[in-house]
Design a protein around this ligand. Structure first.
Ligand code: SF4
Length: 248
């Protein structure tokens, strides 16, 4: 265990930092953003754990367990937030259960205010067809914002090579709408880096990844892609929508 890991683990276990002001958080982003731009993913997570203690969590969509694996090495028991939209593939729920059973994490499953049936009754059946932005707002964006309230910072598995919108994603950034520090330890990773990490550490992967779904979201808005196709092209295929709103 490195010194930084020891410090990070100690901070996580013992030091529950009080919530910081927006100004303090933005100051942290200014300093750490430049400093950690070229740092390895583990070091970025170590910084976040040492800086925010228990006011730091990670999110996972359960496409794979790479970020959960990395974070749980640095801070066993770390909070992992999983947004259960009510529209997930069974394989995604199974991956969440397997991650919870095999990694030292505290899995927190976040659900929207309304069930799918309640949403159908309130907004009309299959809102994802008539107004996918509203559907994502109700089932992803709002639940995540509520779930992040106890935290000052959170990490995602976002990578710059995934979409043109993500090319400029900072390693340590300030999310103005959530007023939280957003950490992207894998921002500089490529798909090959992810594959290498999975192979080296035998990391859990959602089985749909091996069945034509390189990017996995809700089943109504995700389709298989052909080999060589843009991995994200299966998300909201046939529409101009490319993001659900939790990242941008
Ligand atoms: S991805 Fe589709 S089903 Fe899931 S919340 Fe967004 S619009 Fe609704």
């Amino acid at each position: 265990m490195t010194t930084a890991t020891t410090d990070a683990a100690r901070a996580f276990k013992g030091l529950t930092t009080a919530g910081r002001s927006d100004e303090e958080l933005q100051e942290l982003v200014r300093h750490a953003g430049a400093e950690l731009e070229l740092a390895p993913a583990e070091v970025i997570i170590e910084w976040a754990v040492a800086t925010f203690g228990e006011r730091f969590a990670i999110t996972s969509s359960m496409g794979d367990a790479v970020l959960s694996h990395l974070a749980s090495k640095v801070a066993p028991g770390i909070d992992v937030l999983f947004l259960d939209t009510g529209y997930h593939f069974a394989e995604t729920i199974g991956t969440r259960d397997a991650v919870e059973a095999t990694l030292p994490v505290r899995m927190l499953t976040i659900t929207p205010k309304q069930t799918v049936a309640e949403q159908d009754a309130a907004h009309g059946k299959d809102l994802y067809l008539t107004d996918p932005d509203l559907c994502c707002a109700l089932r992803k964006v709002q639940p995540l914002e509520s779930a992040l309230e106890p935290y000052d910072a959170w990490a995602t598995g976002l990578r710059r090579d995934e979409t043109p919108d993500r090319v400029m994603a900072p390693v340590i950034g300030w999310d103005e709408s959530k007023r939280k520090v957003k950490v992207s330890p894998l921002a500089r990773w490529t798909a090959e880096d992810v594959d290498r990490y999975i192979a080296e550490f035998n990391v859990l992967v959602n089985p749909l990844q091996y069945d034509g779904y390189p990017s996995i979201g809700c089943w109504p808005c995700t389709r298989r892609v052909a080999p060589g196709e843009d991995p994200r092209s299966g998300r909201w295929a046939g529409t101009a929508k490319t993001e659900c709103g939790i990242n941008f």
